[in-house]
Design a protein around this ligand. Structure first.
Ligand SMILES: Nc1ncnc2c1ncn2[C@@H]1O[C@H](COP(=O)(O)OP(=O)(O)OP(=O)(O)O)[C@@H](O)[C@H]1O
Ligand SMILES: Nc1ncnc2c1ncn2[C@@H]1O[C@H](COP(=O)(O)OP(=O)(O)OP(=O)(O)O)[C@@H](O)[C@H]1O
Ligand SMILES: [Mg+2]
Ligand SMILES: [Mg+2]
Lengths: 247, 247
């Protein structure tokens, strides 16, 4: 049985796509077969891995069969985003279990870990991911607006437990962390002391190499292996494995 | 007749809320009466101005009457976000002209400029804003994923012209600009040379003061008036006025 990790946060630009793809690559480097599922209409994970979106989302369109494709990253396969995702989000999904059903039909069960990249919203696409996941990974920038949204997001995770009783919060991940910023240190203290949910010990630093990697269709682990960003995601993979989150 | 500026980009975390609120304040400091309309379910503009979300969105719920409230920022009024916005986005809007109709009923016409903060999506909420606007302001971070999404966004603006023939792109705004970053300089050159749409001369630098201001319910212009971020938004206001975008 694979571990299905949903990388979610309705706040935009907090590092969901970066975490889904770089963590997937780091887990693959540990010898696991890993699948990245892109259900964001922006299709950033798809393009960041050097793929193109397909007409109908294999993850969410009815009756998905073929849909898993290899990527250029060893050990990492993908279900690319569909050009129909925006439309499906508004009027098209029959239930919150569409994704869970399609993942089984597509054969996602043969992967040790499946990482789902979600759009910046708590709408039907993210609800499908929460309904299919064994754990949620919540990237958050150490700033005011991202902190504000955490309460809404944890409430959405709680609601998802009605259809997916086993869903837990794998961890909150602090991203784009700048140790020189007072705000970042304040938000970190607030998150680590006030939240009941687990917060990863690993913190991903702000690192230009991370932002440059996708334009070369590489994860930061290949683009700049000795960079602070690459070390952060390698460390995160070790912590995720130790916590039993990665199958 | 007010200028209605829609601040939109489906890419998350590019500075939409920051631009809608700080530009509104800068325009108010120039002597104009300005209205900020928050149609993002995250309600960041609402909380950043020291307000709380209301039960039903005055901007989009049917038959909106009262809904404009003062803020603590002189010259700036607001239509706060509604807790129903996520639900309205999925199954609730009768047409893309709901916002335009409600703005007229609410009396938005008495303001020189109306700035609409959009969610990170091209769904029904942003479509309503594009249908009501005289011009779109497009904040973009100088990185790879934000650049990728520009094509989709400009296509959505083009589609919106079917119901709103007068809609123009007021300008693309480069935000969180770090002059030391090669990627930022490359993206800036690409945007200024390849895009047919106008790109503001003003560039907003990455500045910690901008990220700190909302936790004090202040715009960066009040929180740190001599900061690079505050100067950037003051300069942008001058450029927006000179371009005839602010009524
Ligand atoms: N550790 C980091 N250091 C520097 N830049 C980063 C880091 N992590 C992500 N970025 C950059 O920040 C931007 C936002 O990250 P990303 O796109 O992964 O966020 P997201 O949450 O997926 O956004 P969206 O809400 O639009 O889906 C991207 O341009 C990305 O390259
Ligand atoms: N010039 C800047 N310098 C530093 N930080 C900034 C700047 N502009 C915005 N920020 C910070 O970056 C984060 C993203 O900005 P903001 O929330 O305004 O983007 P957004 O596009 O509205 O996001 P969303 O897609 O979630 O609505 C916020 O924490 C904000 O405070
Ligand atoms: Mg993303
Ligand atoms: Mg916003």
């Amino acid at each position: 049985m694979s571990a299905i990790l949903c990388v979610a946060n309705q706040k935009g630009g907090v590092g969901k796509t970066t975490t889904a793809t770089c963590l997937a690559h780091a887990l693959a480097l540990s010898g696991r077969e890993v699948l990245v599922v892109d259900i964001d209409p922006q299709a950033n994970a798809t393009s960041g891995m050097g793929l193109a979106p397909v007409a109908a989302s294999p993850a969410l369109a009815p009756g998905g069969r073929d849909g898993i494709v290899p990527t250029a990253w060893p050990g990492v396969s993908a279900v690319p985003a569909g050009l129909d995702l925006e439309r499906l989000a508004v009027r098209g999904l029959p239930s919150v279990l569409a994704l869970k059903g399609n993942l089984a039909r597509l054969g996602a069960g043969r992967f040790a870990a499946v990482l789902i990249d979600c759009p910046p919203s708590l709408g039907p696409l993210t609800q499908n991911a929460l309904a299919a996941a064994s754990a949620a990974i919540i990237p958050i920038q150490c700033e005011y607006y991202p902190l504000e949204g955490l309460v809404q997001l944890l409430a959405a995770v709680e609601r998802a437990r009605q259809t997916n009783a086993g869903l837990r919060v794998g961890g909150v991940l602090l991203t784009m962390y700048d140790p020189a910023s007072d705000l970042a240190r304040e938000v970190e203290t607030e998150v680590r002391t006030k939240l009941a949910e687990p917060v990863f010990r690993t913190v991903i630093p702000r690192d230009p190499a991370v932002a440059e990697a996708p334009s070369h269709c590489l994860s930061v682990l290949d683009y700049a292996p000795r960079s602070p960003g690459a070390r952060g995601y390698a460390e995160l993979a070790v912590e995720v494995i130790a916590a039993g989150l990665a199958g």
